[in-house]
Design a protein around this ligand. Structure first.
Ligand code: SF4
Ligand code: SF4
Length: 406
């Protein structure tokens, strides 16, 4: 059993001899690769290994560069090396004037468009990874660059490759659409291919695998009950379906992304989330509470500046213990025999610590660093006063360090 719906799990029951995969990045922001790297639970490299796929080369992930990389590409193009799966990320630029010279594959002197055409002709299967590669998407917004998808231009059939194109296994380009596509859509498609389970009939009219494209985001929405009873929210943060008054388009949006785990857990989004909450509920006090590590990873200055500039002030209370558990505790625990552990690596401390009050002030917000526990209450009151008068506030509270004394 390989594929299911919501409970999809990557599982190669009968791995066949390794299939080779080559990945090219055309006019891409790199986000599709970033998404693929977040494949869960084991990450992209292990998922490919379990699927029995050998990654020949990826421009961002492989060690080979220059002449070594070119040799791999040429071997695939000229048929000296078997190419089972070609993944292309990003739209293909055909400009100026159809020459493709807006994007030359570095070190080759040849347009990326020509490389993609030639490699697609050798590949067992071709995958367009992401909406740019599938349909042209973002890059096609500028007509000057003449961006197209591999086998579609927008939703018209025919892109860089003609509508009639079929790869060596008889399949049209498989469109793993999405910006960025969920890593599960890519990996499950790859696994289905390696097991011979993905055929032309398994693709919808836009070339997407039906196992996820037949599902609408609406089907996984927690507000579905409201939809059924036509109970509509009038504004954000209210209970109710968001279609009637707030423009939700999920009844027409294919994808199961709201019922799949995406990126597991993550940190570093607190300031942006607080700004969003304030925009959604402008009449409420919004107070975010966050550790100092994730606060820093959330690059708070832009959110504070935007909050001030757009009159959406929120307050952040930062727990500043100046320590990061990955460095202070987790390395030793998870890798007790590592060189870091053996050497007594003292990592994981933000030392000297960032002055969050000054950082807030630099962004136009109010900031306080509090060390005396008796001052916490009054500092919070001062912060509240600030946000109620239109200025975002940051109250950083000094805590003991993890594992070490100050
Ligand atoms: S589909 Fe989105 S994430 Fe992928 S290359 Fe295009 S813009 Fe970037
Ligand atoms: S229309 Fe939108 S908000 Fe309403 S149930 Fe569907 S997905 Fe949810």
């Amino acid at each position: 059993m390989l594929v299911g719906a919501a409970g999809f799990r990557l599982r190669a029951m009968n791995p066949k001899p390794a299939q080779t995969l080559l990945w090219l990045q055309a006019a891409s922001c790199g986000g599709c690769t970033m998404s693929a790297l977040g494949a869960e639970p084991e990450g992209l490299a292990e998922a490919l290994r379990r699927a029995g796929i050998e990654l020949l080369w990826h421009p961002s992930l492989s060690e080979e560069s220059g002449a070594q990389a070119l040799e791999i590409l040429e071997d695939c193009r000229d048929g000296r090396r078997r190419l089972d799966i070609l993944c292309v990320e990003g739209a293909v630029l055909r400009g100026p004037s159809g020459s493709g010279r807006f994007q030359i594959l570095s070190g080759t002197g040849q347009p990326m468009a020509r490389w993609v055409e030639e490699l697609a002709g050798q590949a067992g299967t071709v995958l367009a990874v992401g909406s740019c590669s599938a349909y042209g998407a973002m890059p096609s917004a500028n007509p000057l660059v003449e961006a197209v998808g591999l086998q579609f231009t927008g939703d018209d059939k025919g892109g860089l490759l003609p509508e009639s194109f079929r790869s060596k296994t008889g399949l049209p380009v498989i469109n793993i659409a999405g910006c960025a596509p969920h890593p599960g859509w890519l990996l499950e498609s790859l696994m289905a291919l390696t097991q011979g389970l993905l055929q032309a009939g398994g693709l919808d009219s836009l070339g997407r695998p039906r196992f996820w494209a037949n599902h609408l985001a609406h089907h996984g929405c927690a507000r579905n009950e409201y939809y059924e009873f036509k109970a509509s929210a009038a504004q954000h943060s209210q209970l109710g379906c968001l279609m009637e008054n707030l423009g939700c388009k999920a009844t027409q949006a294919p994808g199961d992304c709201n019922i799949r785990v995406w990126n597991g857990s993550s940190g570093g989004w607190t300031p942006g989330a607080a700004l969003g909450a304030k925009l959604a509920a402008p009449d409420r006090d919004v107070i975010a509470v966050c550790g100092d590590g994730f606060y820093m990873f959330g690059t708070p200055a832009p959110a504070l500046w935007a909050a001030k500039h757009h009159n959406a002030p929120f307050m952040v209370v930062v727990y500043q213990n100046r320590s990061y558990t990955t460095g202070t505790l987790a390395v030793d625990r998870k890798y007790p025999d590592s060189y870091a552990a053996k050497a007594g690596y003292p990592g994981g401390y933000f030392d000297p610590p960032i002055d969050f009050a000054k950082e807030a002030e630099a962004a136009g917000a109010y900031g306080e660093n509090v060390r005396d526990p008796a001052e916490i209450g009054p500092a919070l009151q001062r912060g509240l006063k600030q946000i109620r008068s239109g200025t975002p506030a940051v109250i950083s509270v000094w805590l003991p360090r993890l594992g070490q004394k100050d």
